[in-house]
Design a protein around this ligand. Structure first.
Ligand SMILES: [Zn+2]
Ligand SMILES: [Zn+2]
Length: 242
């Protein structure tokens, strides 16, 4: 036989449709990939008990996470159909420096006085930010990197903390790369997407993060050096107010 002979690999779960998305090392069709992510978020919500009936939560994100935020909002509302949740939003425009972007975001969050906050950040972002942080010797907002953390009486939930953007490809609303406006971080993101196509690392590297734990800025919660009380951004703000 002549001509193109592209072999279609079937989804390992349903065995009916073409496998297109790699989720946790399994090649899945678009539908099964979506189911898998929804199942993951459902599992995390129930294991952490993060949400209760009639909760008022804030979903907070830089604008380059707009698509993912909308998706998370949709998934959480669908999972918690009878919960009567109020999900409000706050978003910030990215600055040229990712730490400043994140600082602006957390500042907004603490100003708004919510008790529960969902951050739609993904594992590929955190991995890239980790590499970025090591090279700049500022571990900044790695302090928030976990499924659930708490700071100044606010609980933070990161449902996609071990899910990279690439595993969300089954959702048609998720398109393209993150454009954080921080050139160095954007380069690292592109590199990591190319380098780690099997997505395995995103489920394991969280274990290596404990080495960064340490003192946190009293206002925004970013990591600071042992002899500091506040991060550079909070310090700058307080000196401007004086
Ligand atoms: Zn399938
Ligand atoms: Zn600070």
């Amino acid at each position: 036989m002549q001509g193109k002979n592209k072999e279609v690999v079937l989804c390992v779960k349903c065995n009916r449709f073409e496998g297109e998305v790699n989720v946790s090392g399994k090649l899945l069709c678009v539908q099964c990939a979506r189911d898998e992510i929804v199942k993951r978020v459902r599992r995390e919500l129930s294991s952490t008990g993060f949400l209760e009936k009639n909760d008022r939560v804030l979903i907070a994100y830089p604008t380059f996470y707009g698509n993912v935020a909308a998706l998370i909002k949709d998934i959480v509302s669908r999972i918690c159909k009878g919960c009567n949740l109020t999900i409000d939003e706050v978003k910030v425009e990215p600055k040229g420096d990712i730490n400043e972007t994140l600082w602006t975001l957390f500042k907004e969050v603490f100003d708004l006085n919510y008790k529960k906050v969902i951050l739609p950040l993904t594992a590929d972002f955190f991995l890239s930010y980790l590499i970025y942080s090591i090279s700049s010797l500022n571990h900044g907002f790695l302090s928030y990197y976990d499924l659930v953390t708490e700071f100044r009486g606010v609980k933070f939930f990161i449902p996609l903390f071990s899910t990279p953007l690439q595993e969300l490809k089954g959702f048609s609303e998720i398109t393209g790369e993150l454009n954080t406006k921080d050139e160095v971080l954007d380069e690292i993101l592109k590199w990591s997407h190319k380098e780690f196509q099997d997505n395995e690392i995103f489920h394991t590297f969280v274990n290596s993060l404990t080495i960064f734990s340490g003192k946190r800025c009293k206002i925004c919660g970013a990591y600071v050096r042992p002899n500091e009380e506040y991060c550079q951004y909070c310090l700058r703000l307080s000196s401007q107010k004086r």
